[in-house]
Design a protein around this ligand. Structure first.
Ligand SMILES: *Cc1c(COP(=O)(O)O)cnc(C)c1O
Length: 355
């Protein structure tokens, strides 16, 4: 039987969290002299003198409806990076426990673990970037506190197979975090619909990609009520600022705009993938479930530098395991994609001149 209490670092069992002024008073009042705010307003034209809702109740209420997850099973963080860090801090004892990651994958899992002096074990994806559930379960032991599965995966752009994830959810001793930063760009449904079935499941999503709000820094973690209560206890009290909460509400109200932009991205993705395949020096255009494409080329590093000279930045993944000679390219606007293709088409000529 899965027990969150047993998985948790023992010193957190009896932790009393910081109790903010806004926690201790939650009724209605008209004179607020409890939080040492500036009672006159702000140094800016608009007022930001009041602390924001530490529980982000309005945002969570709207998200609960949108995601069909109860509000008390939603945690909001300063980007997804915050819940990643909080989870590692809550469950992994430095020097004793470890996380498992599935490279090639998103870099923040191991960075967060390293910051917290927590060991990182790696189970490589297969060469077709699929998930080897058996290999993961073989690596796991009682000190495997968290497994990070990124699906669709960054930088390989593929979804992980449902059956493999399910096998892991059933057999893994610790938490299984499914990072769905790119879920809006694929047809698969979210793992949030399985939260009731698997108490060890945590799903991450973000406002940084499909919603187009990377600058606001708003990430979501969905999990059991017990887990969300715990994250709420250890987070900085006012981790989501007022502007972020307001703009998130606006974005959710304006969801049609997000959906239109996702459709545009998907259309451009198809066009770009097709045209990339036709370019010389392009060896493979990997299938994608995300808003980027992984492309295997000849002379990746030189091509990357050539694109930079033209003012176009892509992500050089050529020194990443299993991504040798690969560039990761975000889907741009039609004009941006056109510029990229033009530059890539001009690259062989440049190589020839140098030879
Ligand atoms: C972009 C991305 C995120 C988003 O991180 P934020 O901190 O929410 O901006 C999370 N996970 C993966 C795999 C990503 O690629």
């Amino acid at each position: 039987m899965f027990s969150l209490q047993k998985l948790l670092r023992p010193h957190l069992l009896g932790l009393s969290p910081y109790s903010s002024a806004r926690d201790e008073f939650s009724g209605t009042a008209s004179v607020f002299l409890d939080a040492n705010e500036n009672s006159f307003g702000s140094a800016t034209a608009e007022d930001f003198n009041r602390y924001p809702d530490p529980h982000q109740r309005r945002v969570k209420r709207m998200l609960a409806r949108l995601k069909e997850v109860p509000a008390d099973q939603i945690f909001l963080g300063n980007g997804s990076d915050e819940p990643i860090d909080l989870l590692i801090r809550a469950f992994c004892r430095p020097g004793e426990d470890h996380i498992i990651i599935l490279p090639p994958t998103y870099g923040m899992y191991s960075v967060s673990a390293n910051i917290n002096a927590v060991e990182v074990k790696e189970v490589l994806l297969r060469s077709d970037f699929s998930l080897d559930a058996e290999a993961v379960l073989q690596q796991a032991n009682a000190n495997s506190k968290i497994l990070f599965i990124c699906s669709p995966n960054n930088p390989t752009a593929n979804l992980m197979e449902k059956g493999a994830v399910e096998q892991i959810l059933k057999g893994f001793p610790g938490l299984v975090v499914v990072d769905e930063a790119y879920i809006d760009f694929c047809k698969e449904e979210s793992w949030t619909c399985k939260l009731d079935e698997y108490p060890n499941l945590v799903v991450l999503q973000t406002f940084s990609k499909a919603w187009g709000l990377a600058a606001l820094r708003l990430g979501m973690a969905f999990g059991s009520k017990e887990l969300v209560d715990l994250l709420d206890k250890i987070k900085p009290p006012y981790n989501i600022n007022q502007l972020t909460q307001e703009y998130a509400l606006r974005a959710i109200t304006n969801r049609d705009k997000m959906k239109r932009q996702v459709s545009l991205t998907l259309y451009e993705r198809e066009q770009l993938a097709k045209k990339l395949t036709e370019l010389p020096l392009v060896e493979k255009v990997y299938p994608t479930d995300a808003n980027f494409i992984l492309v295997k080329v000849q002379e990746a590093r030189a091509m990357y530098n050539f694109l930079l000279e033209k003012g176009i930045v892509v992500r050089d993944r050529s020194r990443v395991k299993l991504c040798e000679e690969c560039l990761r390219i975000t889907i741009g606007t039609p004009d941006e994609n056109e510029q990229l293709l033009e530059a890539m088409a001009a690259f062989p000529e440049k190589l020839k001149q140098e030879a």
